[in-house]
Design a protein around this ligand. Structure first.
Ligand code: PEP
Ligand code: MG
Length: 568
């Protein structure tokens, strides 16, 4: 039996199934009857005890003095405080609420108190306390913890959803595949899975009851199928498919040192999207010409504090060293919406994707932005850096940013720290940015079209919602029109135009983008050679024809058929 899903990272994976149920169910806020109160208090005590045992087990495996050790120890001490348990138990009886609601109330109060403290270490603990509360609530509803330290087998992870931060914590060496009920091609977890080269299927409607932990499953993330209880025939067929896939990847490696040029000699920049030093060190494996998008928020997924200026400066210098003079485009922190970071306080907004995210988040926390800007300015003294700002809508935002950069330079002068000059660009990822582009282009050295968010905001379709991913893809007449508007405007102002959304990583679409006049494509590492191969086997004349025809197509399905037909 097999279940369909959307391939977001291709490959074939064999392994043992493991369900991850990390999140608690919705909290039930109804009052409980007086008779239920002792039961709720008993459940509360059990949850505290189980959580403490779990943390103590974790602590035993860690080295004393490491940051991780200290954090776990602090959580244990917090839970050990008997007056805390008493406080929550009293809340249950006084307000006649269940244990989950009481934990939520008391832990929020405790976190709010910590947040007010002057000491930044204690203020940061607020986040940990909220997290601990949420884990206790999860315990009450039987959800698990992200403790995969004992995994040794090749494991196919099955979950309802997984945040990018949770993905970043998985022991990837033991994970052969990933299958989620939610998500789509451009969700950030998908992007991370692709970067890590882990075959992944999202929007896959498996039921928890269909698969037991430990069952052998096969993930065919080429045709988009998860096979349960695979027959010997299926295993043989998919083993063969995997061999073919690996042979194809080997074949592509032969292109690594060849230029990204069409048959008639038109060159296109082919850069990579990355999120860690590790990925930067793999650029040469696929012959990337540089980095078109460095998602700096990805390097913060796994830490509990934001690195200071010095640490960031050293980090960018290390990256420059690895880049060896190649194009290096750093995007400033782009957080919010589906990219919540453990080191930042989550914003409580009704509509996070339309709220304080991207550049708005860093405007609201200028010290985070200036620390990053100063570190990048200093690093640019050691090599060329293109600096790119996310979620820019209008010229006023650029005015503020240019002003901030000047202030950072003044501070660096005062601190007698050297800095270099930066090329400045923006990610064009909202319809407003496209419409306002001509007012901003005179201030910019380059732009990069972020089709992931551009699609989300143009279509008013949440990029992580599996019910919408099929009907509102980036490859659509509306998005192609906006891309063309950007390219035409950029050319009028002689500004380089790149495209860093996932659309660029699709080898079927890349020649179309070339025909539309794109200067550079920035793609995920796993797709880079596929894209290069697609560009090298076509002429620019054919790309121009393709663009002329495709731009006249009015329907998404027809556009797909036209492009897949051409690639057959
Ligand atoms: C985009 O929105 O297209 C983009 C490249 O940025 P991200 O996927 O990180 O939001
Ligand atoms: Mg974006």
């Amino acid at each position: 039996m097999s279940i369909k899903g959307i391939v977001v990272s291709s490959g074939v994976a064999f392994g043992q199934a493991l369900h991850l149920n990390l999140h608690h169910e919705k909290i039930d806020y109804r009052r409980v009857s007086p008779a239920q109160i002792p039961n709720e208090q008993r459940k509360l005590e059990q949850a505290f005890n189980k959580q403490k045992c779990h943390l103590e087990e974790g602590l035993a495996k860690l080295e004393v003095g490491t940051e991780h050790y200290d954090l776990i120890e602090a959580d244990i001490l917090f839970l050990d405080d008997e007056s805390l348990l008493e406080l929550v138990a009293n809340e249950i009886s006084q307000l006649q609420i269940n244990a989950a609601v009481a934990i939520e109330r008391i832990f929020s109060d405790q976190a709010a108190e910590l947040e007010q403290l002057e000491d930044p270490y204690l203020a940061n603990r607020a986040q940990d306390v909220m997290c601990l509360g949420s884990r206790l609530i999860a315990r009450l509803s039987g959800a698990q913890h992200l403790d995969l330290s004992r995994l040794t087998e090749a494991t196919v992870i099955l979950a309802h959803d997984l945040t990018p931060a949770e993905f970043a914590m998985l022991p990837l060496q033991h994970i052969s595949g990933l299958v989620l009920n939610t998500g789509g091609l451009t969700s950030h977890t998908a992007i991370l899975a692709r970067s890590a080269g882990i075959p992944a299927l999202l929007s896959c409607r498996f039921e928890r009851s269909q698969i037991n932990d430990g069952d052998a499953v096969v993930l065919n993330a080429i045709d988009g199928e998860l096979h349960l209880k695979p027959t010997a025939e299926t295993v043989a067929r998919l083993t063969h498919l995997r061999q073919q896939d690996e042979a194809h990847k080997q074949q592509l490696l032969l292109l690594k040192d060849l230029p990204t040029t069409t048959l008639d000699g038109h060159s296109v920049g082919l850069l990579a999207n990355v999120g860690s030093l590790n990925e930067i060190s793999h650029l040469t494996d696929v012959g990337a010409e540089g980095i078109g998008l460095f998602r700096t928020e990805f390097m913060l997924m796994n830490t509990n504090t934001i690195p200071n200026e010095k640490i960031q400066y050293h980090f960018y210098c290390d990256a420059l060293h690895l880049m060896d003079g190649k194009t290096f485009t750093i995007r400033t922190l782009d957080v919010g919406a589906d990219k919540e970071l453990p080191c930042l306080n989550p914003a409580c907004e009704d509509n996070p994707a339309l709220g304080i995210r991207g550049i708005r988040y860093t405007f609201a926390h200028p010290e985070i932005l200036t620390t990053q800007l100063k570190a990048i300015l200093r690093a640019s003294n050691h090599g060329p850096i293109r600096l790119m700002f996310p979620m820019i809508n209008q010229v006023e935002e650029l005015d503020t940013l240019f002003e901030l950069i000047e202030q950072c330079k003044i501070r660096l002068n005062e601190e007698e720290k050297g800095y270099g000059e930066l090329s400045i660009g923006i990610v064009v990822e909202t319809p407003a940015a496209v419409i306002n582009l001509e007012s901003m282009l005179p201030m910019l050295d380059f732009i990069s079209i972020g089709t992931n968010d551009l699609t989300q905001y143009t279509m008013a379709a949440d990029r992580t919602n599996p019910q919408l991913t099929r009907d509102y893809p980036s490859l659509s007449p509306a998005i192609l029109t906006l891309i063309q508007m950007c390219i035409d405007s950029a050319k009028r102002y002689n500004v380089k135009v790149s495209l860093c959304g996932e659309l660029a990583s699709d080898p079927i679409v890349a020649p179309l983008l070339v025909g539309m006049g794109i200067d550079e494509l920035s793609v995920n590492l796993a797709s880079l050679l596929e894209v290069k191969s697609a560009i090298r086997v076509i002429s620019n004349t054919a790309c121009l024809e393709m663009a002329k025809h495709a731009r006249k197509i009015k329907r998404i399905e027809e556009l797909n058929l036209y492009l897949t037909g051409l690639s057959l």
